[in-house]
Design a protein around this ligand. Structure first.
Ligand code: SAH
Length: 356
């Protein structure tokens, strides 16, 4: 048998298949560097070949017809073969198994992913355990945090105290954590807005309460919301009246909020995809309208769709300025009055869905 010992070391940064490589070395064949999966090289007769390279393969096959098939399949080297025609040793590869270093790497990757996941989960404690519900069970979760939210956030310097019992009861009941993305769920009851994707936000609990209180919503009233977002405000409204209509302009949010509301049992909430600037003519007039994105002016179609004696709460102002949260009323003669409730910062009322 011809000696195929090469002078090159088994210089493989990733040390693949130690056992096989040793066996190969003992038999006079070295395995070359393995910079990527399909480039395991084989040294035959001091020449280096990449069995997955058709050109190299041809050369290798010419040198050792006996090993043609196996070499052609190129995967984990199983040992050495003997080419009868040429009398040269060559590496025999498995047809199905990957090179060892790939599986080593896969194992390492899985380990790293697991570690990251464990660390991430640990970071999400304290509330991660009680934090899984987006179905009806969610109502019994994190009730203490909701009590604390209502107790501590709905009054204070510069804030209008929230006293409307219907609003307080609603916000105690609606599982806000079901409306924020999983990665922020631990922080769902913080005194702040939170991202919900697509550059949009779920409003701060206090602002939701303030706007709902200003509506003076009563059971049986028909209310239209512009800007469904996560669906949280719609759920807060739905705890008070069963005639809630809500419009969202971003399809992804419309779909997820609709599903979320229905999973939570808010089946009476009517959702629609579209530009809320025009209101929802088919269901007009409305007793109440709430706009949860900042408009440059009060959209005339919305005012038109307000019943005489109806009320609208809407933030008005540019995207980069402080906006005024207005309470707009329509009297029995159709005249409009408005008052500023407070200064706010809302995401803008869009006129086109992003990407349109
Ligand atoms: N009320 C939501 C938060 C509102 S964020 C909640 O409780 O989570 C403002 C929302 O208004 C965003 O989802 C945004 O996509 C939507 N929006 C912006 N312009 C709109 C328009 N013209 N018509 C309908 N929805 C609009």
């Amino acid at each position: 048998m011809k000696n195929l010992m090469t002078t090159r070391p088994v210089s493989n940064g990733r040390t693949p298949c130690t056992r096989e490589v040793n066996a190969l070395s003992r038999s006079g064949i070295s395995v070359g560097p393995v910079p990527y999966r399909s480039s395991l090289r084989v040294g035959v007769d001091s020449m280096w070949y990449n069995p997955s390279d058709p050109e190299d393969l041809k050369k290798l096959n010419r040198r050792d017809a006996g090993a043609t098939e196996e070499v052609g399949m190129m995967l984990e080297p199983l040992g050495v073969g003997y080419g009868r025609r040429t009398g040269i040793l060559a590496v025999v590869f498995s047809r199905t198994r990957r090179p060892c270093w790939v599986s080593n790497m896969a194992r390492k990757t899985v380990l790293i992913v697991l570690c990251v996941f464990v660390l991430y989960s640990a970071a999400m404690i304290p509330s991660a355990a009680a934090d899984v519900g987006t179905g009806p069970d969610a109502f019994s979760e994190r009730t203490e945090e909701r009590k604390e939210m209502v107790r501590s956030q709905f009054r204070g310097i510069g804030r209008t105290t929230i006293t409307d019992k219907a609003v307080l009861d609603s916000m105690l009941r609606v599982p806000r954590h079901s409306f924020v993305p999983a990665k922020y769920r631990a922080f769902a009851y913080r005194d702040s807005p939170m991202p919900i994707g697509y550059g949009q936000t779920i409003s701060q609990p206090y602002i939701v309460a303030l706007m709902t209180q200003a509506l003076e919503l009563k059971p049986g009233m028909k209310v239209l919301e512009i800007g469904t977002g996560s669906g949280y405000q719609a759920a807060v409204l739905a705890e008070i009246t069963d005639r809630v209509y809500t419009i969202e302009i971003i399809k992804g949010l419309y779909v997820s909020a609709s599903e979320r509301l229905s999973h939570l049992g808010y089946s009476s909430v009517h959702t629609k995809l579209g530009d809320g600037y025009h209101g929802w003519k088919e269901h007009a007039p409305f007793d109440r309208i709430i706009v949860t994105a900042a408009a440059l002016h009060v959209p005339p179609p919305l005012f038109e769709q307000l019943k005489p004696g109806g009320k609208m709460v809407i933030p008005v102002g540019g995207q980069f300025e402080t906006q005024r949260l207005l309470l707009v009323k329509r009297d029995d003669e159709g005249r409009r009055t408005s008052e500023t409730l407070t200064l706010v910062r809302f995401v803008p009322l869009l006129r086109d869905a992003p990407g349109d």
